[in-house]
Design a protein around this ligand. Sequence first.
Ligand code: PLP
Length: 397
Amino acid sequence: MLSEKMYELGSRRSVIREIFEYAKKRSAEIGPENVFDFSLGNPNVPAPAKVEETIRGLLDTCDPVVLHGYTSAQGDFGVRDTIAKSINRRFGTRLTADSLYMTVGAAASLSICCRALTVPGDEFITFAPFFTEYRVFVEAAGADLVVIPVREKDFQIDLDEFEARIQEHTKGIIINSPNNPSGVVYSEDTIQAVCGILSRKEKEYGHPIYLIADEPYREIVYDGIKVPYLMNYYKNTLVCYSYSKALSLPGERIGYIAVSPDMEEERRVYAAVCGAGRALGYVCAPSLFQRVAAACVEETSDLSVYQRNRDLLYASLTEYGYECIRPDGAFYLFVKALEPDANAFYERAKKYELLLVPGDDFGCPGYVRIAYCVKTEQIINALPAFQKLAQEYGKNI
Ligand code: PLP
């Protein structure tokens, strides 16, 4: 006997991975330049030069036994101290090294938070469209995921629906801004309203309701838009951050959890985070890349490429007759499929070698996601295919 749940997770790849694998196979058949793979959020902009310089410097100057050795379970003290001070400088918080727990990226941060907080019968709420893996992390921790349907007019949060779904066993909410897959940044008004509702409901039920802020795209924003730092709005906040996206280090697996110093029973929550990391067998985050993260704490890769890609893709697709929300951040465009079934639309797009991701698993049927963290050249080359596809549906002829 084995765990059917784990068997199912392991044998059925996520839709995104499935399409990514298809793209590799198709590229081998017809050449990568003829396949327009927009499936995966894998940054195509290299990490800044400082990352490589730091790695070389660390290899040259550090005692290898220390550099490649275990760090404290929560991460090297100096690394956490540097990152805490940087967050305080940028967002006016008062974190210390002991507010931070280093992780192997945001996926681990989220899994650890869910595991640290869940008791049987708990629910977490999230907002469509949402990162598909939330369901995996929440359910693996033994809780249920409740999804608030999208408010299609602006992709902000349906506050009435949200308030109505909070109940006695709501342990927390997971909020992701800039959002994968919509690219929307939740406005300060939305955030204030969400936090107001949470505070009222905490009082009503007499226990904390945690806000998990999933922020791997925090720095990837356009036209100078500001992303509210959620622990400044709500005390029971845990921030899950990752260096995968803005620093282009997704394969190196490095990120952190920041526990708000103002949280109720903050030391107990932090200890539970450490306990969940231990129970999940993480031991410690990669030692070398903890130090790289600290040395490059306020660096990003060249994010102007994403702005260029967004501008080009949004302007062209809307001109061809597609409808989509204009993203203010992340590197995804969420486009209304040109027929009700996004999976059928995905199949039609595939005939033009356009690989998009149907929105169903993001909790938003009828849409497709385009990951534009690709070379601008790929977008330029794909535009005629997008145009022909639109024409097939009678658009803009
Ligand atoms: N959260 C969101 C919204 C994401 O889009 C991703 C990755 O695509 C993650 C979390 C996981 O990121 P990481 O590579 O840091 O584990």
